[in-house]
Design a protein around this ligand. Sequence first.
Ligand SMILES: Nc1ncnc2c1ncn2[C@@H]1O[C@H](COP(=O)(O)OP(=O)(O)OP(=O)(O)O)[C@@H](O)[C@H]1O
Ligand SMILES: [Mg+2]
Length: 420
Amino acid sequence: MSSTLGIDFGTSNSAAGYVRGGAPVLIDLEAGAQTLPTAVFFDFDAKKMRVGERAAQALLSGEEGRYMRGLKSLLGTRLMRESRMLLGERLDFIDIVGRFLAEVRRRAEAATGETFDRALSGRPVQFHTADEARNAQALLDLTEAYTRAGFSDVRFLNEPEAAAIANRAVLEDGDLGLVVDIGGGTSDFTLFRQGQGGDIDILASHGVRIGGTDFDRRLSIAKVMPQLGMGSDIRHAFGNNTHVAPNAIFNDLATWQKIPFLYGPDTRRAARELAKFAVHPKRLARLEKLLEDELGHDLAFAVEAGKIMANDPAQTDPVIHVGMLKRGATLPLPAAFMHRKLTPLADQIGEAAEVTLSMGHVSAAEVNKLIFVGGSGLMQVVEDALRQRFPAAQMHRGAAMAAIVSGLAIRSATAFDDQP
Ligand SMILES: Nc1ncnc2c1ncn2[C@@H]1O[C@H](COP(=O)(O)OP(=O)(O)OP(=O)(O)O)[C@@H](O)[C@H]1O
Ligand SMILES: [Mg+2]
């Protein structure tokens, strides 16, 4: 008999689970790990698509190929349906997400001996904040990716609602809880009340397209991109006038899901031209070299690692290691800088939490438990922005990375009960 697979398809990490013998089980998708980095690498030598940790290893060891991360952020954009030649096939990003999901399914089946024909997938409450047309398109894109992955049917559950289901034990009867799920691409909230006997009543769910990758982007633009010539002057080919280098390449280089688009001949030519006419050519020469060597993701990983380091209060001198720009070079990330750059984003996340309350017709003072899940819920600026708005609530951190997939696993058993 085939079962339903619960899948948390995340911007940065994915996970899967199902129900066995009446109990939810999380599946090891990597050796000894329940989370799988949402990343693929098209290995040009081996002519294979590598997934998860193996994709990251191939990138970091400098193998010839194309790495992609943050694919979820492309759902609902026109880039999803643009196709390109990869390993001798014409593929669009729906195919690529579909192949990633097919690999999740293959690994889940291999690890459990089950057959998973249907999927219960998590989804952000909003893929694109208030843009309803894009949100609808994103859901269509994701549904199609599940179909191309070979699932006969897929249903969706809001990610923070799955986390609420998994965290029932944290609440007592009558409690009013708010799930705060800050991931890689989005921040999602579910307001819920615990009823008699452990049942939960969902009062409102809401979300905003801000997550850890936006923190990465903001730090990269403020700290790293100027080192590559962002904001610097370019001479005109004729005459003495100058203009500021256009921002587009730098913005894309600071955005995980846009990096693979920078390695085409057009962008390289544009970078070469900028370097040629730059008033101070050294920085733009770094950009040209970085694109030539295809080190955009290595740089993005370095920024992310710097962010995590700077968020750790035990680190006295946090830095971004930018050896790919200049041997041994580092850029400091002092606490005041982190605070200044990231607090505006954290405040937008806090405001979205307040919108969730007004949707549920409750005040902040009534919420007595905040349940933090998702990797970026560990950011100090995020905690500060929420604590300030919910001074009376108790904070729970529980299983930060496992909550959503646990809720999906629990619900997977009944997700298709209305169907034969
Ligand atoms: N210790 C840490 N401190 C700060 N940020 C962290 C830490 N660990 C992970 N992160 C960040 O958390 C994010 C990933 O979180 P998570 O795995 O919950 O996201 P996701 O589920 O893949 O994304 P989404 O739910 O938005 O689609 C990344 O941006 C990562 O940099
Ligand atoms: Mg998530």
